[in-house]
Write a protein that binds this ligand. Structure first.
Ligand code: PEP
Ligand code: MG
Length: 318
């Protein structure tokens, strides 16, 4: 069966009714870009940059980060490379960090962590900007919940550009800025964010955690962590609709995107961009190529209206 899947590697990800679906890869380290490309990924949908910072004593400086981001951009040779700015705190901590937060998942995490550390954030932004001349880099902000976080990031980007100008370092004239949709607040009221940003990526791992109030790392409540809860599905579907209405691209990059049992469900919500672990690409591509997306849209819309749990198996075509 694996051999059969391998035959799909160079085939397009297009549904039976002709909708092009872009299947991208999630990576944690620069070396994985080559793996993603070999698996047939059409871009890097999520580069979890915090993994460059974890498990070591000294943090990477601008030069080391620049080389890491540039190497991914060069490997992908013009395909989109979505670099997520540091998502530290909560389940991803630095070595030696002895911060005791009352509730780390709700505390100074991700974009909050970065905006509170302008020097660290500025270093990363300068490294990303410098790398942008080597390919098609986009910047993705984790855990955005407030519009002022976007404004503060734009100000930090301007400051980073001024510093590079002063040093005579080149960077791309335009770089797209997007946000993870992983806090329910932004999924519920996304319109102003759609005005302020270029693209969205739905992080279902955290969106489920924050919507259902289930700690994603707590085994005692793991059975309540339900990607198919109607509230979760409505938030995902609403986000896709609202972003597309505003003319902004929207992807799913959480675990749901790589679960081939859920591919038809997401296609039925109108999703056209998926990002996942490279190993999952071919399974998802097989589902895409066997799916009739318009028929799925009708079925999924009906199920979402009922707000009942959806049985993904009921979406399989005869
Ligand atoms: C997510 O939350 O779905 C996501 C993709 O980010 P991470 O798993 O790194 O928090
Ligand atoms: Mg997340």
């Amino acid at each position: 069966e694996r051999a059969e899947l391998e035959l799909l590697r160079n085939e397009p990800a297009v549904t039976l009714d002709g909708i092009d679906i872009s299947l991208n890869a999630n990576i944690e380290l620069p070396e994985e870009a080559a793996v993603a490309l070999a698996a047939g990924a059409k871009g890097i949908g999520l580069f979890r940059s915090e993994f460059l910072f974890m498990g070591r004593d000294e943090l990477p400086g601008e030069e080391e980060q620049y080389r890491a981001y540039a190497s991914v951009a060069k490997t992908m040779a013009g395909l989109p490379v979505t670099i997520r700015t540091l998502d530290l705190g909560a389940d991803k901590t630095l070595d030696g960090d002895t911060t005791v937060a009352t509730n780390p998942a709700l505390g100074q995490r991700a974009i909050r962590y970065c905006l509170a550390r302008p020097e660290m954030f500025g270093t990363q932004l300068r490294a990303i900007l410098r790398a942008s001349v080597h390919g098609n880099i986009r910047i993705l902000l984790p855990m955005v919940a407030h519009l002022h976080e976007v404004r503060a990031t734009r100000a930090a980007l301007d400051a980073a550009r001024r510093e590079l100008d002063a040093r005579g370092e080149p960077y791309a004239a335009h770089i797209e800025l997007g946000a993870m949709v992983e806090v329910p607040a932004i999924a519920i009221a996304i319109e102003p964010f759609a005005q302020a940003l270029d693209f969205f990526s739905i992080g279902t791992n955290d969106l489920i955690q924050y919507t259902l109030a289930i700690d994603r790392g707590d085994h005692d409540v793991a059975d309540l962590y339900d990607p198919l809860h109607p509230a979760v599905l409505r938030l995902i579907a609403n986000t896709i609709n609202a972003a597309q209405r505003a003319g902004k691209s929207v992807a799913v990059c959480g675990e749901m995107a790589g679960d081939s049992r859920l591919t038809r469900l997401l296609l039925g919500m109108g999703l056209t961009e998926f990002s996942m672990h490279p190993q999952q690409l071919l399974d998802v591509k097989r589902e895409v190529r066997g799916a009739h997306s318009n028929a799925l849209r009708v079925k999924v819309a009906t199920a979402l209206n009922r707000a009942q749990p959806i049985d993904p198996d009921a979406l399989q075509l005869p």
